[in-house]
Each structure stands twice: as C-alpha cells, then as structure tokens.
Design a protein around this ligand. Structure first.
Ligand code: SF4
Length: 538
C-alpha cells in the first residue's frame, strides 16, 4: 500500500487520499504534549483545599460578606439576603488602600480587579481585627465571603485561589471563601451547599436585587447630569435606596413595590434641564473595571459627570443576557457536531431543544422582570441590548467563539455606538494585566476605528496609580466629544429652523417632558439635547 510520512509515522494513501483518523491523531498528539509537560494520565494534580464548609447550623452566627458590583447593587443584595434569613454585610467599594493590600498579599502578575477585590476583603478583615478588636479565630469562624468565579481563559477562574493565598498570608488562614460561579450556579468547593440554600427563593431575591439595582443606576445616570439643583439627584437617591433596602430586608413589614413607587416619586421631583448640551459617553470595557464606582477605575463615572458629560453605563442585566447568549450559541454549535460530545457541557444524554427552550424562557423572564421594575420606577424607553445583534455586529472583527473578559461585546458595542449614534464618545476601561481586554482595546479596536473614523474612542488602562494621566487623556477626548455634541445640536436646531430659546419654550409647555422621568426616544443623533430637540420639533 502506498504511504506518506507525516514526520512521525506513515499514513496510508487510498484512492489518492490520505487515510487519516483525526480523533486518533488528536489523542496521540494530546498524549505526546501531556508527556512533554509532565502531565501523564493518572498524575495527581495540585489542588487548593479551600475550607468552604458553611452549614445550615452555622447560619445564625455567620455573617456573609459580599462586594463587587455597584454600591446600589451591593446594598440591595445585602437587604435581599437579609430578607430571606441570612446575616449579610456588604463591604465598602474597593479603594486604593484595598489595592495596596491586594498587591502586598496577592501573587505577582494578577490583573488589576483581582488586586482590588482581594485586597478589599483583606482590608475589611484587618479592620475587624485591628479596629473592632475581634479575635482572628472569631472572624474565621463567624464570617464567610461569597464571590463570583468562573472557569475561563482569564484570571476570573483563579480568583478564589487568590483570595485563599492572600488570606493565608495576611493572617486569616482558614477563612471561608464560597464561590458563586459565573456559569453553573452557586457551588461550594466541597460540593455541599447547606449554609446557603440554593432554592428559587434565593435566586429570585438575588435577581430582584440585581435588576432593581440596575434600574436605580440607570435612572441616576440619566438624571444627575441634567439636574438644576446640584446634589438633588443624589439626595433623592439616597432616600430611595434606603427605602428599597429596608423593603427587601423586612418583606413582612414593608412593600417593595411601594418603595419602588416612592423612588419614582422622589426622582420625579428632581428638576432637570435636558437642553444643556452634553456629550453622551458610553463606558464599556472589562466588567468589574467598568462597573465599580471607586478607585478601581479612578471614579470615572463621577469624573465624566464633573467634566460635563452624561454617562451611558452597562447594566449587570446585560451581562446576564450575554451569559444566556453564550449558552445558546454553544448549544447550537454542539447540535451540529457529528456526535454528541461528552464534555462537561456537552449535549450527550441531554435534550438540546429543551435546553434552548429553557434559555428562551430565562431570557424572556429576565427581560420581563426588568421591564416591570423599570415601569414601576419610571425608567422609560430603556432598551436592553439584543445580544444576537451585538454578536453579529462584532463578528467580522472578533470571533464569536472567543471567550474571556467581555468576549466580542466590547467590539460590538463600539461599532453600534458609532453606527446607530448611541453615544457621542466611547470610553473603554481596560485593567492593567488583563489579557482579554487589552487584546481587544489595543488590537481589534484599532481596526474598528480605522473602519469607523468618525468614532471618538478612548481606551484607558487602570492600574491604580497614574490617575492624572488617565484624567488628562479622557479630558482630551472629551474636548472632541463636546464639540461634536454642540455641532450635532446646532445642526438639529437649524434643520428644524428654531433657536435654543424657542426649543426651551416648547419644552416648557409639557409638564411631563420637563420632568426628570421623561426620556426622549432615540432618534438619529447621539446626545440627549439633540434627541430632545428631534423629538420636540418633529
Ligand atoms: S477579564 Fe481581565 S481583568 Fe477581568 S478577571 Fe479576566 S483577566 Fe482579570
């Protein structure tokens, strides 16, 4: 028989075709590589034996610490979990002191969010020990920390190990860190879940806290830039957040719907002037870095507002929708394989159609609950992203199969911001040491901005120091954005043949359109003032 060599062995040729058993070839390559790396089958791998036991009997004296989203989310989650019987404490937003602790006790070469979040926990426990004089044994015995984690190509998969290392080195050996996996629900490393009961009540409480937190934040970022009396929005928000928190925490005494309606009333009383010309800045980038509201991104949202911009933030709900999209996409890819794959997430023994149907239901439920909360609280005309559209928009530049960080979302969002005039400027926050985010911001987005030269795009790196450099870079791009917003507003008014004063007079005629809760429908322009003009003058 005729044969050909592939360098290591001879392959038979039949009818002018090389007879190749791809699966066998892959297996032999895998074994070769494992041997080269000293990972022969049967070898015992290193495991971090985390202490993770949190039993139901410990619930009454155990405080669950949480942190990691925006201040509103953490506060509402605290209330929601208290309301279903847990002792919960939200830790403060991570600051530079937390970063220093993270760097002191963490491994070298971590990404910036790891240092901030790990250091924040160490900082809090150190405060309990040194300021509140609680003995370490009591801290270890009476507190647990719940955090997110995931397997994936970025450091998110190693967060829990980082926490363990830093806690060990800072004197809190044995402190329990429970993992709320990005995919796969809540899982304790031991497989036990007695302390935290993963029942529908628990997940519903989490979901409501997250969605209501999102609606609260979206309202705040819409209203604050246009408030007439400085500080009025924050004052209304603080009152409202406390009401929502208390309603979550005492469901038998207080009504959550009433608290949400009260929030609507409080915010409606804030006087606004939406004809002030401000560029709309869409903040995208790595999930934690764009979400946090403290030193982790140099307080970027507040800085942008101080500099005269309106922030368009990404909601946590969008991230949940992205996770559903990932599941749907992967399932559809697996459905066309030659045979069902038996990997952990494979379809072998599962009903793919049923899985797709459940994902469809989950997405509809999340969108439905969000919309209900939005309607009650007065967040009008807010459109959650269509994840298929984001994926399709990004796909010519970034493969939809790639995961890690925000995946293709960052690319899709930038293009959509430009193409559909969703924002005047796009600011991408990429943490120092983050591979997925740096790859996108420094690599792929350069190509995108070549193709869309009208984009005002500003990627910034957050590493904890260098705030002045970041601020000055943002200010330079904001200068361009401000000019673009002014130009857009003038052209919109010119096209309608009215002056800014005439527009204001028209706006004064409707109490609803003057109110803080009115939001103009998105037209063919980006900035708020231009959209107001388009809608009022159409
Ligand atoms: S996406 Fe980047 S910053 Fe975020 S956890 Fe992964 S490596 Fe770290």
């Amino acid at each position: 028989m005729e044969t050909i060599s592939n360098g290591t062995k001879k392959l038979p040729i039949l009818n002018n075709k090389i007879e190749l058993d791809v699966d066998a070839e892959l297996k032999s390559f895998e074994l070769e590589q494992m041997a080269a790396l000293g990972l022969e089958p049967g070898k015992e791998h290193w495991r971090d034996d985390n202490p993770t036991k949190f039993m139901a009997s410990q619930r009454a004296h155990t405080t669950i610490l949480i942190s990691g989203l925006t201040m509103a989310h953490d506060f509402f989650l605290q209330g929601a979990l208290r309301g279903i019987g847990y002792k919960v404490q939200a830790i403060d937003c991570p600051d530079n002191a937390a970063l220093q602790m993270g760097k002191e006790f963490g491994n070298r070469g971590q990404c910036n969010p790891t240092y901030f979040t790990v250091g924040n926990l160490v900082k809090y426990l150190t405060w309990l020990r040194d300021e509140k004089k609680i003995p370490v044994a009591e801290i270890v015995g009476n507190y647990v920390f719940v955090t997110a984690g995931a397997c994936g190509p970025c450091r998110f998969g190693t967060y829990v190990t980082e926490y363990r290392k830093a806690l060990r080195d800072s004197g809190f050996e044995g402190f329990r860190v429970l993992l709320f996996q990005q995919q796969g629900g809540l899982k304790q490393a031991t497989g036990e879940a007695q302390g935290l009961e993963m029942n529908p009540k628990f997940f519903l409480a989490l979901l409501k806290a997250i969605l209501i937190g999102d609606v609260t934040n979206a309202l705040a970022y819409r209203i604050r830039p246009y408030e007439v009396v400085k500080g009025a929005t924050d004052e209304a928000l603080e009152k409202s957040k406390q009401l929502i928190h208390d309603a979550f925490a005492e469901p038998k005494k207080k009504s959550l719907v009433w608290a949400m309606l009260q929030t609507r009333r409080n915010l409606m009383n804030v006087k606004v002037d939406r004809t002030i010309v401000k560029p709309k800045v869409s903040i995208i980038g790595e999930f934690w870095a764009m979400t946090t509201e403290g030193d982790g991104n140099y307080g970027l949202q507040r800085f942008l507002e101080q500099e005269g911009a309106e922030c368009d933030i990404q909601l946590v709900t969008a991230w949940i929708l992205f996770m559903i999209w990932e599941q749907r996409w992967d399932t559809k890819q697996r459905m066309v394989l030659k045979k069902d794959d038996t990997a952990r997430k494979g379809l072998a023994g599962k009903n793919a159609q049923k899985k797709l149907a459940m994902l469809w239901v989950a997405e509809k439920a999340i969108r439905g609950i969000f919309q209900t909360c939005a309607n009650i609280m007065g967040l009008h005309d807010y459109h959650l992203p269509d994840m298929d559209k984001v994926a399709e928009t990004a796909s010519p530049f970034y493969n939809n199969h790639l995961r890690g960080g925000e995946g293709h979302m960052e690319v899709g969002k930038l293009i959509m911001n430009v193409k559909f005039k969703k924002a005047t400027m796009t600011l991408s926050v990429k943490p120092f040491g983050c591979m997925p985010s740096s790859g996108v911001s420094d690599g792929v987005q350069s190509m995108v901005t070549e193709r869309y030269p009208e984009a005002i795009y500003c990627p910034i790196e957050t590493n904890g120091d260098g705030a002045v450099n970041v601020y000055s870079r943002v200010q330079m791009m904001l200068f361009k954005a401000r000019l673009a917003a002014k130009d857009e507003y003038q052209k919109t008014l010119e096209a309608a043949g009215v002056t800014p004063e005439e527009l204001k007079l028209k706006l004064q005629k409707s109490w609803w359109k003057r109110s803080a809760l009115w939001y103009p429908k998105h037209g063919t322009v980006a900035a708020m003032s231009s959209n107001v003009a388009q809608q009022i003058l159409s």
